[in-house]
Design a protein around this ligand. Sequence first.
Ligand SMILES: [Fe+2]
Ligand SMILES: [Fe+2]
Length: 172
Amino acid sequence: MKDIDYEKIRGFVAEHNVLEPTSIHGPEHWKYVERNGLLLAKLNGADETVVRLFALFHDAMRFNDFYDEEHGPRGAELAKKMRGKLYEVSDNQFEMLYAACHCHTTHSRTGILTIDTCFDADRLDLPRAGYIPNPKKMATSHGTKIADLGLKNKVSLKDYRKWIDTIDLNSL
Ligand SMILES: [Fe+2]
Ligand SMILES: [Fe+2]
């Protein structure tokens, strides 16, 4: 399997995204979902490739920043269309990527570690939209612990992204 050029995918997705570059569902969000996902994957062994691709595709096909129920399925379809053109993954990885993008707004958890890690990577970036992550709504045990810690430490919406970088992973 060839190495994946994530920057090329990022560029492609940014070009095809109809939202403003400063959108709360735009490139900055993708970057933090990737950061969160890789952090969780380090802790729980989730598939890093799937997590990184999810970060780039899951909100790629949002048509607005408000209510867009079908953006998950559209993101999944974009990932499908670009498989083999922009990136290569195994069938198993692709199935997880497709499901994670498709279901990220409709499913709380699936019981499949890598998919649930994608969900939590996205949920841990909710403070940008005005919500503190709720431990009860996280899909993985490490996601729950981070959300719990955020509540205990009373981390503000504004500080949440930076705070995640300061977490002592050994304490989780
Ligand atoms: Fe989304
Ligand atoms: Fe998202």
